[in-house]
Ligand binder design. Structure first.
Ligand SMILES: CSCCC(=O)C(=O)COP(=O)(O)O
Ligand SMILES: [Mg+2]
Length: 247
């Protein structure tokens, strides 16, 4: 679902309005470089797809996923989806399962922009509810934050949501996430680089902020609050400033 927000940019809590109590963040283009996903994670999954399926196709969890894939040749369909960067649950679930070995043996390490960990720590320490909403599977999200270049940040998050919750461009997905977190939409801030996702979140009543990361070449839509990084999000929404790592 997409909806235009002419003016003012959606997302700023006005005077007298509720403060932010929960933050839901996208990954690719928001916490992490688009290049990390496209040039490291996706090629890793593509290169290991055949070996993974040869070894695991009979595994009940893998067989169940393969049975959901349309067409006579699931591998061909998976390759087609990979080429299109389709955000479909069977592909995203299998990619997460393939990445697991790479994250666990050190071939993969979750990229986070340098400004991200200190803000996530400060926000979690201040009592804000943090959650992730990505097209990457929940398993993949947990792996990325658990094996991040800044250490294990998985415990900072109270919730992880993926395409099983619904499409990221559908307002109903955000209503489901807010209900699951036990927060109110107007007290929940959604961070993303993709304007259609922000439009959907705003349509569900969430506060929104578009991350305009120059390194990712994100183009501002001017329909939502905007920030170049997480400290700027903190300043814009009155959130705690970055907190250095413990010790
Ligand atoms: C470990 S998360 C992998 C990200 C991914 O697979 C993807 O498709 C990116 O989606 P996002 O919703 O984070 O933009
Ligand atoms: Mg994104």
């Amino acid at each position: 679902m997409s909806e235009a927000h002419p003016e003012p940019p959606h997302g700023d809590p006005g005077v007298g309005e509720d403060a932010v109590r929960a933050i839901v963040t996208d990954i690719e283009g928001t916490t992490s470089a688009i290049a990390f996903v496209k040039d490291t994670l996706f090629p890793f999954a593509a290169a290991n797809l055949d070996a993974f399926l040869d070894a695991r196709a009979a595994d009940p969890a893998v067989a169940a996923i393969l049975s959901e894939i349309p067409g006579p040749d699931p591998r061909a369909t998976l390759r087609h989806w990979m080429a299109e960067d389709a955000k479909v649950t069977p592909l995203k679930t299998l990619q997460g399962m393939i990445w697991r070995a790479g994250f666990e043996d050190g071939r993969l390490r979750g990229h986070l922009w340098p400004d991200v960990p200190a803000c996530l720590r400060a926000w979690a320490a201040s009592g804000l509810t943090l959650a992730v909403y990505s097209s990457g599977s929940v398993e993949a999200q947990r792996l990325l934050f658990r094996h991040s270049a800044a250490g294990d940040l998985e415990p900072l998050f109270a919730g992880f949501f993926d395409t099983r919750t619904g499409p990221k461009r559908d307002a109903r997905s955000y209503a489901t996430i807010v209900a699951s977190l036990g927060t109110n939409a107007q007290e929940t801030l959604f961070l993303s680089d993709v304007v259609e996702e922000l439009d959907a979140a705003a349509a569900a009543g969430l506060l929104t902020c578009q991350l305009i990361r120059p390194q990712d070449g994100t183009r501002p839509a001017h329909r939502h609050a905007e920030a170049p990084d997480f400290p700027a999000v903190a300043a814009r929404f009155g959130l705690p400033p970055p907190q250095p790592p413990p010790g």
